[in-house]
Design a protein around this ligand. Structure first.
Ligand SMILES: Nc1nc2c(ncn2[C@@H]2O[C@H](COP(=O)(O)OP(=O)(O)OP(=O)(O)O)[C@@H](O)[C@H]2O)c(=O)[nH]1
Ligand SMILES: [Mg+2]
Length: 390
């Protein structure tokens, strides 16, 4: 398994930035969510700061902090990079994952896109496996309305066990309610419920045997079921284990009890036919399946085919049979444009610009301009500029 000295002792990549509270009463709130769902828009609206926003994913690449007050209470809001999953695959995703998992925020606001809630719920569920101090902000309700997507926010809240607030952050809609909910959850005034996704029986048995050992290591600092699951899946995510070791300030490799527990849990899984890859697949499958079920319970599409064309294009571009040939064709096209194709527009531009030169010469002749004017301005300055621009 992956608990080597190298993997646990080297500096964890996602060091969690220091948050300096000005009083004990101040609460730290993480703003998480998929890329491009409006996290920085919410951040700017609440803190009055000016984080970069724009209509493409991946703008926020590191954590940004700002402060706001609500009903006499003070909050530090941390805008973190967008991530599709806590199983991070890029540096930005690691930054986001490490803050949610190890930054110990007092609450996490998960901003979700109302127009593609099913995909967004995958992240919501993964965060809910770590903590129940969560408020879900279903943003872009204005866009959802245009697409005739209706979301039953109360039903969603019942399914997730935490408050769900509808918002259209760009126009400020729902932000007061969001601040109320954040205040209630972070100060412990609103009861929330921990999500426990039931995994396949062999995985559950492996977890059962590990959780008591992991609880002794986590000492109440984090949810031991989540930590046990991540330790079982360590081969697939060694960087998370580095961060976990750093957070627990503990030599996981040196803990004999844990190593023995993991060895026996892995043997159990292996005899039930699980490889590290199938274990990860089954964990992901459970999250995706649950998202799908919740989505179908809470979302009503007046026009179920509203994104039918997009789905067909997605299927065409991503299926094994058609996706790879399309990619090769595109690469060949780019190659051709680089070598040859660029000459076509270049010749068109040249024809156009030199055509203007002829017209200018004719015009100067028609007004009997001296020959040096044509030589200097048309054949000199204009022709040179036309050559450079073609
Ligand atoms: N129509 C509409 N657009 C919104 C709303 N909230 C945010 N936007 C727009 O959505 C785009 C993305 O917003 P950002 O705040 O940059 O999203 P983000 O989640 O911080 O994105 P990353 O940092 O890239 O993960 C921007 O063009 C916003 O103006 C909303 O409620 N309605
Ligand atoms: Mg952002």
């Amino acid at each position: 398994m992956g608990l080597t000295k190298q993997s646990t002792r080297s500096a964890a990549s996602g060091d969690v930035p220091a948050i300096v509270k000005s009083s004990d009463q101040e609460k730290v709130i993480a703003l998480a969510g998929n890329p491009n769902v409006g996290k920085s828009t919410v951040f700017n609206a609440l803190t009055g700061l000016n984080q970069h926003t724009g209509n493409w994913p991946g703008k926020t690449v590191s954590n940004a902090q700002g402060r706001y007050s609500h009903n006499g209470r003070d909050f530090i809001l941390v805008d973190i990079p967008g991530t599709y999953s806590l199983m991070a695959s890029s540096v930005e995703e690691e930054v986001a994952r490490d803050f949610v998992c190890f930054g110990q925020p007092d609450a996490v606001v998960v901003v979700a896109d109302a127009t593609c809630l099913e995909r967004n719920l995958n992240l919501v569920l993964q965060i809910l496996e770590i903590t129940d101090k969560v408020v879900v902000c279903v943003n872009l309700l204005d866009e959802a309305k245009k697409k005739k997507i209706e979301i039953d926010l109360d039903e969603l809240s019942l399914n997730l066990g935490v408050p769900v607030i509808g918002a259209a952050a760009r126009s400020g809609k729902g932000l007061q309610e969001l601040m109320d909910a954040v205040s209630a959850v972070s100060f412990g005034e609103r009861r929330t419920f921990q999500v426990k996704l039931p995994y396949d029986e062999p995985i559950e048995r492996a977890l059962e045997s590990l959780i008591p050992i992991v609880s002794r290591l986590t000492q109440g600092k984090m949810n031991p079921r989540w930590a046990a699951l991540k330790l079982l899946d360590a081969d697939q995510d060694p960087k998370l284990i580095q961060s976990l070791s750093q957070f627990l300030d503990c030599d996981l490799e040196g803990c004999e009890e844990l190593c023995l527990g993991l060895k026996s849990a892995r043997e159990q899984l292996s005899s039930a036919g699980y490889t590290p890859e199938t274990l990860r697949d089954r964990i992901v499958y459970r999250v995706v399946k649950r998202s799908e079920i919740i989505y179908h319970q809470c979302v009503c599409l007046e026009n179920p085919c509203y994104n039918g064309r997009d789905r067909k294009i997605d299927k065409f571009l991503t299926s094994k049979a058609t996706g790879i040939p399309v990619m090769l064709l595109l690469l060949a096209l780019i190659f051709w444009i680089t070598i040859n194709g660029a000459n076509v527009p270049s010749d068109l531009i040249a024809g156009f610009l030199f055509g203007i030169q002829d017209k200018l010469t004719e015009w100067l002749a028609s007004i009997s301009a001296p020959a040096w004017v044509n030589g200097l301005f048309v054949e000199g300055v204009y022709r040179t500029l036309a050559w450079v621009n073609r």
